[in-house]
Every structure is written in structure tokens, then in C-alpha cells.
Design a protein around this ligand. Structure first.
Ligand code: PEP
Length: 257
């Protein structure tokens, strides 16, 4: 039985005082009895260490929004998975569409990042998803297949077990237009089947597959209730403490039913 998983991706937001306020809010207000829902917050790198201090609760995990494809050395501006691990960070978002689109990250680079995260025992949350143009051309399955096979298929069965996949259609990210639960479920089934065909049924059934793209408290229930949607990667709504807590409560409600 898979747990639900609710992750917040703050992206390049907010400023320092606002970040402190939000972290403190979450530390107090995230429900404590969420044993069937894992909760992850991914603030910008520079707030991770402060977040570690503010979170007095080991039940709220912290993640990075990226990790370098290099281990250490002369790579100005980069943050390595080794550095993240040394700070006690357990998760990293890898291959977010904004990284692909604005920073030119290819499947090859993403595969390296994933391997380095795994070496450090950091769980990569690997993001995949098609653009609107690709969906309109009915290419979404082909695109997601290429993204998954390109970055993950070199992994051993032991390594793939540690991966979380987030399906985030680019047209739904930050637009207010979420995929319908049926569209998301269809893609999640497709992804689960890919993992089953490449690895095995047990790995596929245990894999956490998140949906991301305009998840809010008002649509979380219908999305998270779908059998292959194990929770969400949440951008905009994770910056509003009350809304994010309400999304967590929704996930708890589904599990507890
Ligand atoms: C995201 O940043 O991964 C995301 C899904 O953003 P939003 O929830 O704002 O669409």
C-alpha cells in the first residue's frame, strides 16, 4: 500500500523574512497525525539550513529544487548532492520543466544528477511532462516515455526503487488549469506500466507517482483520489501556508477513508 505524498516547491520565492514566516507557520500548523502522508518542503537552497533549524519536527522532510550534475570543485554557482546530504537533506527535485526549459537540462544531464543523488542517498523526484503543443499533437505519451527512458532506464532495480516520479504537464504548471483527474490518471497508469515493463510489477506498484500542475485545495481531493495518483508536487499553492496545510489535510482524509 503506497503512502500519499505532498511536496511543496517554492521555486524562486519568497524573500527571506517571508520564508521565515512561512517555515514557522508550517512548523506549527502542519497536522501532526499524518502517518499515512509524507510531507516535503522544497525551499530555495539558501533557506534550507534555516529551515532545518526552524523545523523542530522530524516528520516534515526538506528537499532541494535541484542538485548539480557534478560532485565538487570549480563549478561556480552549483550545489552538489554531497553538500545537500551533509546538511541532512533527503530529497531533490530533478528535471523540473523550468530547469529543462530555461536552463537547457537534457536527459543526459538529468541522468547524471539522479545518479549522484542516489549515491548520496537523496531521493530524486524526477519530473516529466509534455507541453501544450505536444498534447495538442497527441504526443504526450511519446514525450513522457522519452523522458523516463532517457533518464531512468540505466538504473538498476535497487536504484529505481528509490525514485519518485512527478507527472507535471507543462501546460498545467502555474497556469491555473490543472489536468483533469482522468488525464492525470491515464498518464500515471502509463508511467506505472512503463516501470512494470522495464523492471517488475512490485517496483511499479510501490512507486510513488505525484501529479503537479495547478493543484489547489479545491481540486486536490479529486486528483489525489485517483488510484494511481499518490499525491502532489505543488508550486504556487505551497507558498500560502493555510492552503498548503489544507491540501495536506485533504490527502490525509483520502488515506484515512
Ligand atoms: C510546480 O512548480 O512544480 C508546480 C506544479 O507549480 P504549480 O502548482 O504552481 O502549477
Amino acid at each position: 500500500m503506497r503512502k500519499k505524498f505532498v511536496a511543496g516547491n517554492w521555486k524562486m520565492n519568497p524573500n527571506y523574512p517571508e520564508a521565515l514566516e512561512l517555515l514557522k507557520y508550517l512548523n506549527i500548523n502542519v497536522p501532526k497525525d499524518h502517518s499515512n502522508v509524507d510531507i516535503l518542503i522544497c525551499p530555495p537552497f539558501i533557506y534550507l539550513s534555516e529551515a532545518k533549524n526552524i523545523f523542530t519536527r522530524p516528520d516534515i522532510y526538506l528537499g532541494a529544487q535541484n542538485a548539480s550534475a557534478y560532485t565538487n570543485g570549480a563549478y561556480t554557482g552549483e550545489i552538489s548532492s554531497t553538500m545537500l546530504k551533509s546538511l541532512g537533506i533527503d530529497y531533490a527535485i530533478i528535471g523540473h520543466s523550468e530547469r529543462r526549459q530555461y536552463f537547457g537540462e537534457s536527459e543526459e544531464v538529468l541522468a547524471k544528477k539522479i545518479k549522484l543523488c542516489l549515491q548520496e542517498n537523496i531521493t530524486p523526484i524526477f519530473c516529466v511532462g509534455e507541453t501544450l503543443e505536444q498534447r495538442n499533437a497527441n504526443e504526450q505519451f511519446e514525450i513522457v516515455k522519452k523522458q523516463i527512458s532517457g533518464a531512468l532506464y540505466d538504473l538498476s532495480i535497487e536504484q529505481i526503487k528509490k525514485i519518485i516520479i512527478a507527472y507535471e504537464p507543462v501546460w498545467a504548471i502555474g497556469t491555473g488549469v490543472n489536468a483533469t483527474p482522468q488525464q492525470a490518471q491515464e498518464m500515471h497508469t502509463f508511467i506505472r506500466n512503463m516501470i512494470m515493463n522495464k523492471y517488475d510489477d512490485v517496483v511499479s506498484q510501490n512507486m510513488i507517482i505525484l501529479y503537479g500542475g495547478s493543484v489547489k485545495k479545491d481540486n486536490a481531493y479529486e486528483l489525489f483520489s485517483m488510484p494511481d495518483i499518490d499525491g502532489g508536487l505543488i508550486g504556487g499553492a505551497s507558498l500560502k501556508g493555510e492552503e498548503f496545510v489544507s491540501i495536506i489535510a485533504t490527502a490525509m482524509n483520502i488515506v484515512n477513508k
